[in-house]
Design a protein around this ligand. Structure first.
Ligand code: G4P
Length: 289
């Protein structure tokens, strides 16, 4: 299966982001906690040179808790500040406020030395589509926050959300596109629902997901679908189709429908908390030595 997805307005968006980044002190980068590598575009490291960096492991509620911890230390070792977040429920928001201050300590001290008092930290949210940027901004900023336009003539059209005395957030997030360095990246993004299902071969993708779950989360397949360990991915999918009455005309099993059920379950957390990328495989543990 060849997943390709590259919108034409990417260059324009990147240029816009370059301009926006000049205005801010800290980049708040959202990644999907289930696929923290595949869901980030490493170009941001180049774009965000000299800026404070905060990575949010968003949708942490859907990912494996032990992997969330492992990824947190993986990114921390690379020099990022990291917080686990569930933007829908709002968990992690208080910690973020404090972490922003900590990440920008140098800037705050620099300001103080120059006699600049109370200049708010300016932040910008970035991330790939569907990672949860709008949800995060809404939750983090809350409804009570005032939007502040810039003084006319200073910066045209920028809207800032004042979070508190100390922090202002650019109200439009920066959209990054994922990088398909290898097919696995595309497949993982497809599995979490970040690529439109219409352009995918759902059945093939579901067999890959089942194989992965068999390897790492066999218990989830057993408890949700009664799948036994020795079963193949195809028989598990057949089982789902049968159990859920996915039939085409003439009693033939409808695997596309069964695949859709599997992905709805997986993406909705009904198979439990599942991570598709493992920090240990990226040398996270090696760095301890
Ligand atoms: P974007 O701006 O980056 O494109 O993403 P957006 O906020 O639109 O979020 C994409 C989907 O991810 C939404 O679900 C949103 O509710 C969900 N989401 C965002 N953050 C979290 C999180 O921390 N945990 C979980 N479990 N889900 C999260 P949707 O189904 O597309 O919309 P809706 O039905 O929730 O409105």
């Amino acid at each position: 299966m060849n997943v390709q997805w590259y919108p034409g307005h990417m260059t324009k968006a990147k240029r816009q982001m370059q301009e926006d980044i000049k205005l801010i002190d800290i980049i708040i980068e959202l990644v999907d906690a289930r696929v923290p590598l595949s869901s980030r575009n490493p170009d941001i490291d180049e774009l965000g040179r000299n800026k404070a960096r905060l990575i949010l492991l968003n949708k942490a509620d859907l990912a494996d808790e032990s992997q969330n911890e492992a990824w947190k230390s993986y990114f921390q070792k690379k020099g990022f500040f990291v917080v686990q977040v569930d933007s829908r429920k709002g968990s992690g928001m208080k910690i973020i406020q404090n972490t922003i201050q900590e990440a920008c300590r140098e800037k705050i001290e620099r300001d103080q030395k120059r006699g600049i008092k109370n200049r708010p930290i300016r932040a910008m949210v970035v991330g790939i589509p569907n990672v949860g940027k709008s949800t995060f901004i809404n939750t983090f900023a809350g409804k009570a926050c005032a939007k502040t336009g810039n003084k006319p003539g200073v910066t045209k059209g920028k809207q800032w959300i004042r979070l508190n005395k100390g922090v202002e957030l650019l109200d439009t997030p920066g959209i990054l596109w994922p990088k398909f360095q290898d097919q696995e990246v595309g497949l993982r993004l497809a599995m979490i629902g970040s690529i439109k299902d219409e352009i995918l071969n759902l059945e093939e993708l579901s067999l890959k997901l089942i194989d992965y779950l068999k390897e790492r989360y066999a218990g989830a397949l057993k408890s949700r679908y009664g799948a036994e360990e020795e079963e193949t991915a195809v028989t598990v999918l057949e089982q789902i189709a049968r159990a859920r009455g996915c039939l085409k005309k003439g009693e033939e099993l409808d695997f596309t429908k069964a695949s859709r059920i599997l992905f709805d379950d997986f993406r909705g957390g009904k198979l439990g908390r599942v991570s598709l990328e493992w920090a240990a495989l990226e040398g996270a543990q090696d760095e301890d030595h």
